[in-house]
Design a binder for this molecule. Structure first.
Ligand code: NAD
Ligand code: UDP
Length: 310
């Protein structure tokens, strides 16, 4: 059994990761300031005697007594709508929060896992994106608070590895969906689910020909755990390479919800990436991992959750 700190524990991915680590027999300390997360996501975790929770902002000094085997840093604003509304908080959690959690990992001689993002590739000029693609990010653009905070975070992780010989992992996560996403977080799947289930128009931004590749949360968590358990200190893409246009996604959502909603088009947000698809050759090779849940099946499994949120 290991003793593991998970930041961003009350969020979508953090809470699922806590559940998985508890199921694997570990002791888990969850940390979150609930800026976008909800403690009800941790209802199952709270039932477990090996779980404890700290309401704490990771941009402030972190004190944890006793030993730690791993620090998994997931805390961040993660939805484009949230990070647009809270750009300074986003930059602080990516920079100061990553610094504080790295300092803690160094102090405890713990393995450190950083949840980076496909957004480090910005509006990519190559598709799919392999890990050695250096990205196309506008440093002064509307998404820069998120993209650059994660790029800075990766750089800081690299520096702690080089300077302090810290044992590190970097997951570049691509669009993920499933239960515990907030219905109001503005990301495309919660938006479409809410619209389809309430009979309102699905709002496709722009012409809907931009692409994303959606990974079910169960696959994503398996990938993160495989990365943590590996000895891979270089960034690894974790996502599902099944690339879809947003128009296609809207059709699949209408199908799985059996909705009669129409599709309407709204203005495309500035600098919305045109394509996004992970090259997961590296994850397949070094982690022996690949996603197993097809989009249609994963969305169908998630309908009940979104219905319950209405
Ligand atoms: P989320 O918003 O559901 O969870 C993030 C959690 O971090 C929230 O509970 C929030 O309250 C917490 N948090 C934010 N700032 C904090 C601070 N200063 N101190 C303490 N807690 C703080 O987001 P998510 O989708 O679960 O994403 C988790 C991680 O994965 C994030 O780092 C995100 O950037 C990354 N990621 C997610 C996706 C995705 O599709 N979900 C894609 C790429 C990367
Ligand atoms: N999008 C959309 N309608 C919505 C919400 C989002 O067409 O109601 C589009 C958005 O413009 C982007 C894609 O869906 O092209 C994915 O958006 P999301 O906010 O989920 O994440 P992103 O991949 O942009 O970070």
């Amino acid at each position: 059994m290991s003793r593991i700190l998970v930041t961003g524990a009350a969020g979508f991915l953090g809470s699922h990761l806590c559940d998985q680590l508890l199921a694997d027999g570990h002791e888990v300390i969850g940390m979150d300031n609930r800026v976008s997360g909800r403690t009800e996501n941790l209802d199952d975790a709270f039932e477990n005697g090996r779980f404890s929770f700290y309401d704490h902002d990771v941009t402030e000094f972190i004190h944890i007594s006793g030993e730690l085997d791993a620090v998994l840093h997931l805390a961040s604003l993660a939805s484009p709508v949230f990070y647009r509304d809270h750009p300074i908080k986003t930059l602080k959690v990516g920079a100061l929060g990553t610094h504080k959690t790295l300092g803690l990992a160094k102090e405890k001689d713990a393995t450190y896992l950083f949840t980076s993002t496909s957004e480090v590739y910005g509006d990519p000029e190559v598709n799919p994106q392999p890990e050695d693609y250096r990205g196309n990010v506008d440093p002064y653009g509307p998404r820069s608070c998120y993209d650059e905070s994660k790029r800075y975070g990766e750089s800081l992780v690299r520096a702690y590895r080089d300077k302090h010989d810290l044992d590190v992992r970097v997951a570049r996560i691509f669009n993920t969906y499933g239960p515990r996403m907030r219905l109001d977080d503005g990301r495309v799947i919660p938006n479409f689910m809410k619209q389809a289930l309430t009979g309102t128009d699905l709002t496709v931004y722009g012409d809907g020909e931009q692409t994303r590749s959606f990974c079910h949360v169960s696959d994503l968590i398996d990938g993160l755990v495989a990365l943590l358990e590996s000895d891979v200190e270089e960034p690894v893409n974790i996502g599902n390479p099944d690339e879809r246009t947003i128009n296609e996604l809207a059709e699949v959502v209408l199908e799985v919800t059996r909705s009669g909603s129409e599709i309407t088009h709204e203005e495309l947000p500035p600098q919305d990436p045109k394509v996004r698809r992970p090259d997961i050759s590296k994850a397949r090779e070094v982690l022996d991992w690949e996603p197993a849940v097809p989009l249609q099946k994963g969305l169908k499994k998630s309908v009940g959750y979104f219905e319950g949120q209405l």
